[in-house]
Design a protein around this ligand. Structure first.
Ligand code: SF4
Ligand code: ZN
Length: 711
């Protein structure tokens, strides 16, 4: 037997023994009827569910799974068989980790790792993964001889936008070396036991179930999905033992290459298991193995600049200077000019810079960007302007919230001490605009103003009129007022048969792509993910059915979706990928629909959580009665208008209801003459059970109760 297969089998057999013992102990202690589940998932023990179709619900379901696990370990001298034994190790790890959750308490409460990753988090990763904003996923396991080495590798991934999941002592090593952690910072500590690696494996596995419409039990389909669509790889640090090797074999079976930092000579399998002992090459080789290309941002500034810093919070005590509309006039404006009025790459700062004011100072700020280009359109101004938020946030030590005339920017003391000044922030805007919008922007000049009077003048004379004009344009824009809709197929890299149809009154279900965004995307990249659909061939105005929509969606989904309507939840509804902000589903008792947003962790009147509701749809298939959609769509006049529209909404989580209330109430008044419609909509602070919801709706005289039957 080869040394490698030997090691793998030794590890798999050890894990099998441990798993069997742990299951028997747990049953002896708690009884076979005791429920067992990971928190906030609709996919049971995800690896077991995806690979075999078995839904583990109680401890008594586990011995059969141990049987399957053991059957995967043939001990035959064949690398394919040995990789299967690696999958057995994954199953064993899943069971051992699952047992930690028996009794409902969070076993990771007092750990530095987070353990199981809930479904909503995976859904939230959909868009950044498809846009390449997150170019890959690194699994970092073990303990480095020198903590600085692993920290450097992880920081390098962070600066490239790659999400790292850490397992083992490398967590403390990174903390000690000052690596900032958290999902928003793209460094996620999972746990110390080697078995906690399963928590990243189940992320990949659930991606296949959520986005890929994988049929549970289709092991070959699962492996095909993870291999081709999940850009993950593994780096191990420190000496290898057989359990790590067999877990690595599981990773390789799923298509994730493993790079180890030890000389392993003959054990290497080119392309799958490689030794890289020069740490300067670890990242490079790992990315090559997975064919991950990093788009280098062409920005030269004194602090790090990466998407990974987008979620960074700067507290008051760490702040050098602040620019906030609460205290001073502020605005951000991108405006289009004639080509001869713009001097390319002209950067101007007017007023005091950060080093000319005292610590803790409040500054006014106008971020004033002028662009010109033969293909530039007025409609693209807000599309570019909205990105200022992200670009400023990419700067390490800069926190940006809000937009237009309502913003807050904090500059940290550390960033200031590194030398960050207003000029650098202007350079960031210039570089990113030319990088991302270069096909429509030929020239760009950036002016940052901190002189109060001058900011007030720009705000009053240019910014406010521009915002008002845009709002009027958006307000007047309806599906009737345009002659073109757009497809968006960005999510096809995870959901191969999914296609959003984006119209002025219906944005993409991720909430990130409005009709203007889709139009700009098409202009920037004519062969890209957003293709125009001529608004012709209407066959049913009520449902929003068009022969042309069907034709273009049919082509975009390679025939998977033949008929789709724009405004119906029941008749050929739009497909869902998995990254939807909200899901709506029919509540038959109330003759209406409930809507639940991704952030809501509680129960809904359907008896299902968001995660469970969400698992009813997705994967690019049409599921009449359930539909993913963007938050903004809720107040649209077109929201399930085929079924009667917004009057059908009977329940939402309070946070969502409050958020959409101003616009939803306005639409309700306009369409149906109802005042304060949201007062009639039940929420989680009132009731989450059918009787409670029904009693509330009856008391309020909710219109859905008197409408035609929804089904
Ligand atoms: Fe994905 Fe649709 Fe959003 Fe495009 S609009 S990124 S396809 S969810
Ligand atoms: Zn999506």
């Amino acid at each position: 037997m080869s040394a490698l297969t030997d090691l793998i089998y030794a590890g798999s057999n050890a894990v099998a023994g441990l798993t069997e013992g742990a299951v028997n102990d747990a049953i002896a202690k708690n009884g076979a009827e005791t429920p067992v589940a990971f928190p906030d998932t609709a996919y049971f023990f995800p690896t077991i569910y995806a690979a075999t179709g078995v839904k583990v619900k109680t401890l008594g379901d586990l011995p059969a799974c141990v049987g399957v696990l053991k059957s995967l370990i043939t001990n035959q001298d064949d690398i394919g068989q040995a990789l299967n034994a690696g999958l057995a190790t994954a199953v064993g790890a899943e069971i051992i980790e699952g047992l930690k959750y028996v009794g409902g308490a969070n076993p990771y409460e007092n750990e530095s790792g987070i353990g199981f990753v809930p479904d909503p988090v995976i859904r939230s990763l959909g868009v950044p993964l498809v846009t390449g904003d997150i170019p890959g996923v690194a699994v970092v396991i073990g303990k480095a001889d020198d903590p600085a080495v692993v920290a450097k590798v992880v920081k390098d991934y962070q600066s490239k936008g790659i999400v790292s999941f850490l397992i083992g002592d490398c967590i403390e090593q990174c903390v000690e070396q000052g690596v900032k952690m958290g999902l928003e910072l793209r460094v996620v500590p999972l746990g110390h036991d080697v078995t906690s690696v399963i928590h990243v494996v189940t992320v990949a596995v659930r991606a296949a179930l959520i986005f890929g419409n994988l049929e549970p039990g289709n092991l070959a389909g699962l492996i095909d999905y993870t291999k081709n669509r999940v850009p993950a790889f593994v780096n191990t640090f420190g000496p290898l033992n057989e359990v790590v090797v067999s877990a690595g074999a599981g990773a390789i079976a799923l298509g994730f290459p493993v790079v180890v930092d030890q000389p392993i000579g003959d054990l290497q399998v080119p392309g799958a298991l490689e030794a890289v002992t020069d740490y300067d090459l670890t990242v490079k080789r790992s990315l090559e193995l997975r064919n991950i290309k990093i788009k280098a941002a062409a920005v030269k500034v004194p602090v790090a600049f990466a998407a990974a810093f987008e979620g960074e919070i700067i507290r008051k005590g760490d702040m050098q200077v602040e620019m906030s509309s609460h205290a001073s006039p502020t605005c951000e404006l991108v405006t289009m000019r004639d080509i001869d009025k713009v001097e390319d790459h002209k950067i101007t700062v007017i007023g005091p810079d950060f080093d000319q004011v005292e610590l803790g100072a409040e500054l006014p700020l106008a971020t004033y960007v002028e662009v010109a280009g033969s293909k530039m359109q007025k409609d693209f101004e807000p599309v570019i302007e909205r990105k200022i938020h992200a670009w400023f946030n990419y700067l390490e030590g800069v926190m940006h919230t809000g937009q237009r005339n309502l913003i807050r920017i904090r500059i940290s003391k550390a960033a200031f001490e590194s030398g960050l000044r207003l000029k650098d922030m202007a350079e960031v805007l210039y570089a990113m605009i030319m990088d991302e919008f270069g096909s429509v922007v030929d020239k760009c000049q950036v002016t940052l103003v901190t002189d109060k009077e001058k900011v007030e003048k720009i705000l009053a004379e240019e910014a406010m009129p521009a915002y008002n004009a845009r709002d009027e344009r958006l307000e007047s824009m309806s599906d009737e007022s345009v002659d073109t809709f757009y497809t968006c197929i960005l999510c096809q890299s995870f959901s191969p048969s999914h296609c959003c149809v984006v119209t002025p009154e219906r944005l993409g279900l991720c909430g990130a792509v409005s009709w203007l965004d889709a139009k700009a995307t098409n202009e920037l990249n004519p062969t890209g993910p957003c293709q125009p659909i001529k608004k012709i061939g209407c066959t049913d105005e009520r449902t929003g059915a068009y022969t042309e929509v069907n034709k273009v969606v049919g082509e975009a989904t390679h025939g998977a979706v033949e008929q789709v309507t724009l405004y119906s939840l029941i008749e050929d509804p739009m497909t869902s990928c998995g990254c939807f902000e909200c899901i709506c589903g029919i509540m038959p008792e109330a003759n209406g629909v409930i809507i639940c947003n991704r952030e809501y962790a509680g129960m809904t009147p359907s008896g299902m959580s968001f995660g469970e509701l969400a698992s009813m749809t997705g994967g690019g298939v049409q599921t009449p009665g359930f539909m993913g959609h963007g938050r903004h769509f809720i107040a649209s006049k077109k929201f399930i208008s085929a079924e009667g529209g917004i009057e059908r909404i009977v329940w939402m989580p309070k946070e969502l209801k409050d958020d959409v209330a101003p616009r939803l109430n306005k639409t309700a008044k306009e369409l149906f003459g109802i005042d304060n419609f949201t007062d009639m909509i039940c929420d989680d602070t009132i009731a989450t059970d059918t009787e409670g919801v029904m009693a509330f709706l009856e008391e309020k005289g909710h219109p859905a109760l008197g409408m035609d039957p929804i089904m």
